[in-house]
Write a protein that binds this ligand. Structure first.
Ligand SMILES: Cc1ncc(COP(=O)(O)O)c(C=O)c1O
Length: 441
């Protein structure tokens, strides 16, 4: 029996099903300063019949040979590390394999994949905060996260949040409440303003006060590795760049094995008890896309950099962290992993919603440069006016605090077609705007 040397004396035949797996979705501890290298070091999961791709464990429930084993699985004595599974809301082998990939991507000990980015965020916050607890969060966040912190958590759990300008570290410090603040939450590159957070400094500041740092890295997988820069937990909306297909809603929590284990606890675990687990078939599909994430991110970033530079030359007000005039350009250079550029998102500030809508109309309907749609990380360019869409949950004052102007158009730059073909389409749309008497500057 494979487990005998490990002190396990059970006689259950399923023990030897596989080589021993590291506990949970634990990633290799060697970090090569490149998430792609870390991913390549992961054990390759083969299919049941020697297929190059892993098999899908599509079972909701798992059998044991002896009834006594069931009790031992429920007490936690036997678990996924010995290939013992109970029920797929708890752990599922296929979902765990994707978790291993996410942990390698983010350089964390463990990761767990969820049904959406929002469920990853809400589960982590509910795990780390208790009733009466307090969060300090960036004022510039995805609208759903902002609403969760502003409205839902205070009403349902008595967890309150103070929002701050995340670039103002004095304000962050002053917002913390001794004995109450449990989490500092921000996005590595903020939705939609593309403000870049100083992850090492913010992590130091929070840790000095015993506060956990949770970073949403949805905008910059591969580009930034927040856990390697000091964050405790990294959350993702996998629905975006990691999926790349705009066809799946999914999320992940990446962090220490102790946190992920606590979130799966049968009595106190937010993931176990709220149940936002990922379906194994979805996990399989996503795991097939991770190997080319690095290539995709490089091309998203290369094109975003090129278009931002050209837009600026045309006199358009463009926000892109790769441009030298971006307030955190130098900071991002100090934090970013090599060769992934500055991310695939840029913003064009058209000042009014009416002008923003006209621009998007021409970009989609006159020249096929992109699609008017929320979300990001798709292979085609997606565009939305953030104030009236993804961040519409914020009221006028909150939008002003977050730096979201009414005419801000967020563009997630795709990589289909050739770069020049797409740029010609952009120029054509600008010409149409001008012909209709609309000044784009
Ligand atoms: C930065 C960020 N975090 C989290 C989410 C929520 O993710 P999901 O839609 O997968 O629940 C989004 C969605 O747009 C987002 O942009």
């Amino acid at each position: 029996m494979a487990a005998a040397a490990d002190g396990f004396e059970g006689d259950d035949v399923s023990v030897a099903k596989k080589l021993m797996m590291p506990a949970m979705a634990v990633a290799p501890q060697v970090w090569e300063n490149d998430p792609a290298a870390a991913l390549a070091r992961l054990r390759h999961e083969f299919g049941e019949h020697g297929g190059v791709n892993m098999s899908i464990e599509a079972s909701a429930t798992f059998t044991v040979v002896e009834p006594e084993t069931m009790r031992r699985v429920f007490t936690g004595e036997l678990g996924p590390d010995r290939d013992y599974f109970i029920y797929s809301r708890h752990f599922n082998p296929t979902v765990l394999n994707l978790g291993r990939q996410l942990a390698a991507l983010e350089g964390t000990e463990a990761a767990y994949c969820t049904a959406s980015g929002m469920s990853a965020i809400s589960s982590v916050l509910l795990q780390l905060c208790s009733s009466g607890g307090h969060v300090v969060a960036s004022a510039t966040l995805y609208g759903g996260t902002h609403a969760l912190l502003t409205h839902f958590l205070p009403r349902t759990c008595n967890i309150t949040t103070t929002f701050v300008d995340i670039t103002d570290h004095e304000a962050v410090k002053n917002a913390t409440v001794q004995g109450r603040t449990q989490v500092l939450f921000f996005e590595s590159i903020a939705n939609p303003t593309l403000t870049v957070a100083d992850i090492p400094e913010l992590s130091k500041l929070a840790h000095n006060k015993g506060i956990k740092v949770v970073v949403d890295n949805t905008f910059s997988p591969m580009v930034l590795s927040p856990a390697k820069l000091g964050a405790d937990v990294v959350v993702h909306s996998i629905s975006k760049f990691i999926s790349g297909g705009a066809d799946v809603i999914a999320g992940a929590v990446c962090g220490p094995a102790s946190l992920v284990n606590s979130m799966m606890d049968l009595h106190q675990g937010a993931l176990m008890l709220l149940g936002p687990t990922m379906n194994a078939k979805v996990a399989f599909e996503l795991s097939e896309r991770i190997p080319h994430l690095s290539l995709r991110m490089k091309e998203h970033s290369r094109r975003a950099m090129e278009y931002a530079t050209r837009m600026k030359k045309l006199g358009i007000r463009v926000v892109y962290p790769g441009l030298e005039d971006h307030p955190q350009h130098e900071l991002l250079k100090t934090m970013a992993n090599n060769d992934y550029g500055f991310g695939g998102l840029l913003c064009v500030d058209m000042e009014s919603e009416e002008k923003a809508n006209r621009l998007m109309h021409h970009l989609q309907n006159s020249s096929q440069f992109g699609l008017i749609a929320v979300s990001l990380g798709y292979y085609d360019t997606l565009m939305s006016c953030s104030g009236s869409s993804t961040n519409s949950e914020l009221n006028t004052d909150e939008k002003a605090l977050a730096g979201i102007s009414p005419g801000l158009v967020r563009m997630s730059i795709g990589y289909t077609g050739t770069l020049e073909q797409k740029w010609n389409q952009f120029e054509k749309a600008i010409s149409r705007m001008r012909e209709s008497g609309c000044n784009v500057m």
